[in-house]
Design a protein around this ligand. Structure first.
Ligand SMILES: [Mn+2]
Length: 350
Protein backbone atom coordinates (compact mmCIF):
# COMPACT_ATOMS: atom_id res chain seq x y z
CA UNK A 1 0.00 0.00 0.00
CA UNK A 2 1.18 3.49 -0.76
CA UNK A 3 -0.08 6.66 0.86
CA UNK A 4 -1.82 9.51 -0.94
CA UNK A 5 0.18 10.75 -3.86
CA UNK A 6 1.89 14.12 -3.64
CA UNK A 7 2.61 16.25 -6.71
CA UNK A 8 6.01 15.38 -8.22
CA UNK A 9 8.97 17.58 -7.44
CA UNK A 10 10.43 19.83 -10.13
CA UNK A 11 13.35 18.05 -11.81
CA UNK A 12 16.57 19.51 -13.16
CA UNK A 13 15.40 18.62 -16.64
CA UNK A 14 12.35 20.87 -16.23
CA UNK A 15 14.53 23.73 -15.04
CA UNK A 16 16.71 23.33 -18.13
CA UNK A 17 13.68 23.33 -20.41
CA UNK A 18 12.46 26.55 -18.81
CA UNK A 19 15.87 28.17 -19.31
CA UNK A 20 15.85 27.12 -22.99
CA UNK A 21 12.34 28.51 -23.47
CA UNK A 22 13.25 31.85 -21.90
CA UNK A 23 16.40 31.95 -24.03
CA UNK A 24 14.32 31.40 -27.17
CA UNK A 25 12.18 34.49 -26.51
CA UNK A 26 14.71 36.82 -24.89
CA UNK A 27 15.10 39.14 -27.91
CA UNK A 28 11.39 39.37 -28.56
CA UNK A 29 9.40 42.58 -28.34
CA UNK A 30 6.02 40.94 -28.35
CA UNK A 31 4.63 37.47 -27.92
CA UNK A 32 1.75 36.03 -29.91
CA UNK A 33 0.40 32.75 -28.54
CA UNK A 34 -1.67 30.87 -31.11
CA UNK A 35 -3.68 27.77 -30.39
CA UNK A 36 -5.71 25.57 -32.69
CA UNK A 37 -8.89 26.73 -34.42
CA UNK A 38 -12.17 26.31 -32.54
CA UNK A 39 -10.08 25.69 -29.42
CA UNK A 40 -10.94 23.34 -26.59
CA UNK A 41 -10.28 23.98 -22.88
CA UNK A 42 -6.83 22.36 -22.97
CA UNK A 43 -5.80 24.75 -25.76
CA UNK A 44 -7.33 27.86 -24.18
CA UNK A 45 -5.85 27.35 -20.72
CA UNK A 46 -2.45 26.37 -22.19
CA UNK A 47 -2.35 29.63 -24.14
CA UNK A 48 -3.28 31.66 -21.07
CA UNK A 49 -0.60 29.88 -19.03
CA UNK A 50 2.17 30.48 -21.56
CA UNK A 51 1.20 34.15 -21.77
CA UNK A 52 1.22 34.41 -17.98
CA UNK A 53 4.62 32.70 -17.73
CA UNK A 54 6.38 34.83 -20.34
CA UNK A 55 4.76 38.04 -19.16
CA UNK A 56 6.08 37.42 -15.66
CA UNK A 57 9.49 35.95 -16.53
CA UNK A 58 10.40 38.12 -19.55
CA UNK A 59 8.05 41.10 -19.26
CA UNK A 60 6.70 40.36 -22.74
CA UNK A 61 3.57 42.04 -24.00
CA UNK A 62 1.37 39.12 -24.87
CA UNK A 63 -1.49 38.55 -27.29
CA UNK A 64 -3.45 35.30 -27.27
CA UNK A 65 -5.22 34.30 -30.46
CA UNK A 66 -6.98 31.55 -32.35
CA UNK A 67 -8.88 31.08 -35.60
CA UNK A 68 -12.50 30.01 -35.66
CA UNK A 69 -15.05 30.18 -32.91
CA UNK A 70 -15.56 29.14 -29.31
CA UNK A 71 -19.21 28.08 -29.19
CA UNK A 72 -19.41 25.47 -26.44
CA UNK A 73 -20.92 27.08 -23.36
CA UNK A 74 -18.33 25.52 -21.02
CA UNK A 75 -15.49 26.90 -23.15
CA UNK A 76 -17.00 30.38 -23.24
CA UNK A 77 -17.34 30.22 -19.46
CA UNK A 78 -13.69 29.14 -19.22
CA UNK A 79 -12.57 32.22 -21.16
CA UNK A 80 -14.68 34.45 -18.88
CA UNK A 81 -13.25 32.86 -15.73
CA UNK A 82 -9.67 32.99 -17.04
CA UNK A 83 -10.22 36.74 -17.40
CA UNK A 84 -8.06 37.00 -20.53
CA UNK A 85 -8.87 38.23 -24.03
CA UNK A 86 -8.33 36.18 -27.15
CA UNK A 87 -7.94 37.81 -30.57
CA UNK A 88 -9.38 36.18 -33.67
CA UNK A 89 -6.66 35.24 -36.12
CA UNK A 90 -7.39 34.91 -39.83
CA UNK A 91 -4.97 32.94 -41.97
CA UNK A 92 -4.30 36.14 -43.91
CA UNK A 93 -3.41 38.28 -40.86
CA UNK A 94 0.08 39.78 -40.89
CA UNK A 95 2.32 39.32 -37.84
CA UNK A 96 5.01 41.94 -37.26
CA UNK A 97 8.66 40.76 -37.50
CA UNK A 98 9.57 41.57 -33.86
CA UNK A 99 6.83 39.28 -32.63
CA UNK A 100 7.68 35.85 -31.33
CA UNK A 101 5.00 33.29 -32.23
CA UNK A 102 4.25 30.38 -29.96
CA UNK A 103 1.95 27.50 -30.86
CA UNK A 104 0.28 25.56 -28.07
CA UNK A 105 -1.75 22.33 -28.31
CA UNK A 106 -1.04 22.28 -32.07
CA UNK A 107 1.96 22.27 -34.41
CA UNK A 108 3.02 24.10 -37.58
CA UNK A 109 1.05 22.98 -40.71
CA UNK A 110 -1.11 20.63 -38.65
CA UNK A 111 -4.04 21.99 -40.65
CA UNK A 112 -6.01 22.97 -37.57
CA UNK A 113 -4.44 26.34 -36.77
CA UNK A 114 -4.35 29.76 -38.41
CA UNK A 115 -0.62 30.38 -38.29
CA UNK A 116 -0.03 32.08 -41.66
CA UNK A 117 1.70 29.86 -44.21
CA UNK A 118 5.43 30.54 -44.31
CA UNK A 119 5.52 31.95 -40.77
CA UNK A 120 7.83 30.01 -38.47
CA UNK A 121 6.57 29.27 -34.99
CA UNK A 122 9.42 30.23 -32.64
CA UNK A 123 8.01 28.12 -29.85
CA UNK A 124 5.94 24.92 -30.06
CA UNK A 125 4.52 23.31 -26.92
CA UNK A 126 2.21 20.41 -27.72
CA UNK A 127 1.19 16.89 -26.73
CA UNK A 128 0.11 15.54 -30.12
CA UNK A 129 2.43 13.22 -32.05
CA UNK A 130 5.45 15.18 -33.37
CA UNK A 131 5.23 16.36 -36.98
CA UNK A 132 8.24 16.74 -39.29
CA UNK A 133 7.40 20.41 -39.99
CA UNK A 134 7.81 21.17 -36.29
CA UNK A 135 11.57 20.53 -36.46
CA UNK A 136 12.02 23.94 -38.15
CA UNK A 137 11.01 25.69 -34.93
CA UNK A 138 13.85 26.91 -32.66
CA UNK A 139 12.14 25.81 -29.44
CA UNK A 140 10.11 22.60 -29.42
CA UNK A 141 8.64 20.76 -26.47
CA UNK A 142 6.32 18.00 -27.68
CA UNK A 143 5.25 15.38 -25.14
CA UNK A 144 2.80 12.92 -26.70
CA UNK A 145 2.69 10.88 -23.50
CA UNK A 146 0.91 13.73 -21.69
CA UNK A 147 -2.88 13.50 -21.59
CA UNK A 148 -3.24 17.28 -21.48
CA UNK A 149 -1.09 20.07 -22.85
CA UNK A 150 -1.95 22.10 -19.73
CA UNK A 151 0.10 19.64 -17.69
CA UNK A 152 3.22 20.62 -19.66
CA UNK A 153 2.55 24.28 -18.87
CA UNK A 154 2.19 23.45 -15.17
CA UNK A 155 5.73 22.01 -15.31
CA UNK A 156 7.01 25.35 -16.62
CA UNK A 157 5.16 27.40 -14.01
CA UNK A 158 6.55 25.21 -11.25
CA UNK A 159 10.08 25.27 -12.68
CA UNK A 160 9.84 29.08 -12.70
CA UNK A 161 8.51 29.02 -9.12
CA UNK A 162 5.71 31.15 -10.46
CA UNK A 163 2.43 30.72 -8.57
CA UNK A 164 -0.53 30.73 -10.97
CA UNK A 165 -3.24 33.10 -9.79
CA UNK A 166 -6.59 31.55 -8.88
CA UNK A 167 -8.11 32.23 -12.27
CA UNK A 168 -5.27 30.55 -14.14
CA UNK A 169 -5.10 27.62 -11.70
CA UNK A 170 -8.85 27.10 -12.17
CA UNK A 171 -8.56 27.23 -15.95
CA UNK A 172 -5.60 24.85 -16.07
CA UNK A 173 -7.34 22.42 -13.75
CA UNK A 174 -10.45 22.48 -15.92
CA UNK A 175 -8.33 22.08 -19.06
CA UNK A 176 -6.76 18.90 -17.70
CA UNK A 177 -10.01 17.40 -16.40
CA UNK A 178 -11.85 18.17 -19.61
CA UNK A 179 -9.12 16.74 -21.86
CA UNK A 180 -8.63 13.55 -19.84
CA UNK A 181 -12.30 12.92 -18.88
CA UNK A 182 -11.38 13.61 -15.24
CA UNK A 183 -8.05 11.78 -15.43
CA UNK A 184 -9.68 8.62 -16.79
CA UNK A 185 -8.74 9.04 -20.47
CA UNK A 186 -5.08 8.94 -21.49
CA UNK A 187 -4.01 10.58 -18.23
CA UNK A 188 -0.34 10.19 -17.37
CA UNK A 189 1.41 10.58 -14.05
CA UNK A 190 2.17 14.18 -15.05
CA UNK A 191 -1.55 14.94 -15.49
CA UNK A 192 -2.33 13.56 -12.04
CA UNK A 193 0.58 15.44 -10.52
CA UNK A 194 -0.45 18.71 -12.18
CA UNK A 195 -4.01 18.22 -10.93
CA UNK A 196 -2.85 17.62 -7.37
CA UNK A 197 -0.72 20.73 -7.56
CA UNK A 198 -3.53 22.88 -8.98
CA UNK A 199 -6.51 21.71 -6.95
CA UNK A 200 -5.73 23.61 -3.71
CA UNK A 201 -5.18 26.74 -5.83
CA UNK A 202 -8.48 26.81 -7.74
CA UNK A 203 -11.54 28.95 -7.09
CA UNK A 204 -14.26 26.30 -6.55
CA UNK A 205 -17.13 28.66 -7.40
CA UNK A 206 -15.49 29.72 -10.66
CA UNK A 207 -14.78 26.06 -11.45
CA UNK A 208 -18.42 25.21 -10.89
CA UNK A 209 -19.50 28.05 -13.17
CA UNK A 210 -17.33 26.57 -15.95
CA UNK A 211 -18.62 23.03 -15.41
CA UNK A 212 -22.29 23.99 -15.25
CA UNK A 213 -22.94 26.90 -17.59
CA UNK A 214 -26.40 27.84 -18.83
CA UNK A 215 -26.93 26.41 -22.31
CA UNK A 216 -28.33 28.17 -25.39
CA UNK A 217 -31.49 26.75 -27.01
CA UNK A 218 -29.44 25.86 -30.10
CA UNK A 219 -27.64 23.28 -27.99
CA UNK A 220 -30.83 21.34 -27.29
CA UNK A 221 -31.93 21.65 -30.89
CA UNK A 222 -28.64 20.21 -32.16
CA UNK A 223 -28.61 17.39 -29.61
CA UNK A 224 -32.21 16.49 -30.46
CA UNK A 225 -31.58 16.43 -34.22
CA UNK A 226 -28.38 14.47 -33.82
CA UNK A 227 -29.89 11.83 -31.55
CA UNK A 228 -32.63 11.28 -34.12
CA UNK A 229 -30.10 10.82 -36.90
CA UNK A 230 -27.55 8.76 -34.97
CA UNK A 231 -27.25 5.12 -36.01
CA UNK A 232 -25.75 2.09 -34.30
CA UNK A 233 -23.55 -0.30 -36.27
CA UNK A 234 -22.62 -2.85 -33.69
CA UNK A 235 -20.12 -1.12 -31.47
CA UNK A 236 -19.96 1.96 -33.66
CA UNK A 237 -22.25 4.99 -33.47
CA UNK A 238 -22.36 7.29 -36.47
CA UNK A 239 -23.94 10.68 -35.93
CA UNK A 240 -24.26 13.03 -38.89
CA UNK A 241 -25.41 16.19 -37.13
CA UNK A 242 -26.03 18.28 -40.25
CA UNK A 243 -25.55 22.02 -39.91
CA UNK A 244 -23.91 22.74 -36.55
CA UNK A 245 -24.96 25.57 -34.24
CA UNK A 246 -21.23 26.16 -33.61
CA UNK A 247 -18.10 24.24 -34.69
CA UNK A 248 -17.04 22.76 -31.34
CA UNK A 249 -20.53 21.21 -31.07
CA UNK A 250 -19.25 18.21 -33.00
CA UNK A 251 -16.79 17.32 -30.20
CA UNK A 252 -19.50 17.81 -27.63
CA UNK A 253 -21.72 15.32 -29.51
CA UNK A 254 -18.95 12.73 -29.80
CA UNK A 255 -18.31 13.08 -26.05
CA UNK A 256 -21.99 12.45 -25.39
CA UNK A 257 -22.38 9.48 -27.74
CA UNK A 258 -19.32 7.54 -26.60
CA UNK A 259 -21.10 7.21 -23.27
CA UNK A 260 -23.73 4.91 -24.81
CA UNK A 261 -23.38 1.48 -23.24
CA UNK A 262 -21.67 -1.08 -25.47
CA UNK A 263 -20.19 1.58 -27.74
CA UNK A 264 -16.51 1.45 -28.65
CA UNK A 265 -16.48 4.17 -31.28
CA UNK A 266 -18.48 7.36 -31.72
CA UNK A 267 -18.10 9.35 -34.93
CA UNK A 268 -19.90 12.70 -35.10
CA UNK A 269 -19.86 14.90 -38.17
CA UNK A 270 -21.41 18.24 -39.02
CA UNK A 271 -20.99 21.20 -41.31
CA UNK A 272 -20.02 24.70 -40.33
CA UNK A 273 -18.87 27.60 -42.49
CA UNK A 274 -17.95 25.56 -45.56
CA UNK A 275 -16.32 22.67 -43.77
CA UNK A 276 -17.26 19.16 -42.78
CA UNK A 277 -16.07 18.75 -39.20
CA UNK A 278 -15.44 15.31 -37.76
CA UNK A 279 -14.97 14.27 -34.16
CA UNK A 280 -14.14 10.73 -33.07
CA UNK A 281 -14.07 9.14 -29.64
CA UNK A 282 -13.15 5.63 -28.59
CA UNK A 283 -13.71 3.89 -25.29
CA UNK A 284 -10.60 1.71 -25.83
CA UNK A 285 -7.31 3.02 -24.44
CA UNK A 286 -5.24 1.66 -27.34
CA UNK A 287 -7.63 2.69 -30.07
CA UNK A 288 -5.31 4.85 -32.23
CA UNK A 289 -8.18 7.20 -33.01
CA UNK A 290 -5.77 9.76 -34.47
CA UNK A 291 -4.41 7.22 -36.99
CA UNK A 292 -7.94 6.17 -37.87
CA UNK A 293 -9.07 9.72 -38.68
CA UNK A 294 -5.87 10.51 -40.57
CA UNK A 295 -6.31 7.33 -42.62
CA UNK A 296 -9.96 7.99 -43.44
CA UNK A 297 -9.61 11.70 -44.25
CA UNK A 298 -6.37 11.20 -46.17
CA UNK A 299 -5.66 14.07 -48.54
CA UNK A 300 -9.32 15.14 -48.53
CA UNK A 301 -8.56 17.41 -45.59
CA UNK A 302 -6.65 17.54 -42.32
CA UNK A 303 -6.82 15.34 -39.25
CA UNK A 304 -5.11 14.70 -35.98
CA UNK A 305 -5.54 13.40 -32.50
CA UNK A 306 -4.50 10.92 -29.89
CA UNK A 307 -5.44 7.36 -28.96
CA UNK A 308 -8.98 7.86 -27.71
CA UNK A 309 -9.97 11.19 -29.23
CA UNK A 310 -9.38 12.71 -32.62
CA UNK A 311 -10.82 15.10 -35.13
CA UNK A 312 -10.56 16.28 -38.67
CA UNK A 313 -12.05 18.47 -41.32
CA UNK A 314 -12.78 18.44 -45.02
CA UNK A 315 -13.31 21.62 -47.03
CA UNK A 316 -16.72 21.91 -48.69
CA UNK A 317 -16.02 25.25 -50.28
CA UNK A 318 -17.72 25.73 -53.64
CA UNK A 319 -19.70 22.48 -53.44
CA UNK A 320 -23.41 22.29 -54.16
CA UNK A 321 -25.79 21.04 -51.49
CA UNK A 322 -25.94 17.69 -53.27
CA UNK A 323 -22.16 17.39 -53.38
CA UNK A 324 -21.93 18.26 -49.69
CA UNK A 325 -24.35 15.41 -48.97
CA UNK A 326 -22.29 13.05 -51.08
CA UNK A 327 -18.97 13.97 -49.45
CA UNK A 328 -20.48 13.71 -45.96
CA UNK A 329 -22.00 10.31 -46.72
CA UNK A 330 -18.79 8.94 -48.22
CA UNK A 331 -16.75 10.07 -45.19
CA UNK A 332 -19.15 8.21 -42.89
CA UNK A 333 -19.04 5.12 -45.10
CA UNK A 334 -15.26 5.16 -45.03
CA UNK A 335 -15.30 5.32 -41.24
CA UNK A 336 -17.59 2.28 -41.13
CA UNK A 337 -15.32 0.39 -43.47
CA UNK A 338 -12.18 1.36 -41.53
CA UNK A 339 -13.85 0.20 -38.32
CA UNK A 340 -14.93 -3.08 -39.93
CA UNK A 341 -18.59 -2.33 -39.33
CA UNK A 342 -19.84 -1.65 -42.85
CA UNK A 343 -21.71 -4.90 -43.46
CA UNK A 344 -23.81 -4.79 -40.33
CA UNK A 345 -27.38 -3.53 -40.39
CA UNK A 346 -27.86 -0.19 -38.74
CA UNK A 347 -30.41 0.68 -36.15
CA UNK A 348 -31.53 3.98 -34.73
CA UNK A 349 -29.87 4.94 -31.48
CA UNK A 350 -33.13 6.16 -30.02
MN1 LIG B 1 -4.88 19.04 -26.02
Amino acid sequence: MTGPREPDEVTGEETERLAALLHAVEDAEELLVVTHDNPDPDALASAAALGFLLQHCEGLGTTLAFGGIVGRAENQALIRELGVDFDRLGRENGISPGTVVALVDTQPRAGNNSLPAGRIANVVIDHHPPRPETEASPFVDVRPDYGANCSILVKYLRAAELEPDRRLATGLFYGIQSETADLGREASRADISASLYLYPRIDPEAYSRILHPRLPKGYFRSVHQTLEKARNYGRVILAPAGVLAYPDMVAELADLLIRARGTEWAVATGTFDGRLLISVRSSKPLAHAGDLVRGVIGDRGSAGGHGMLAGGQVSLEGLSEEEVERVSASVLEDFLEALGASGEPSESLT
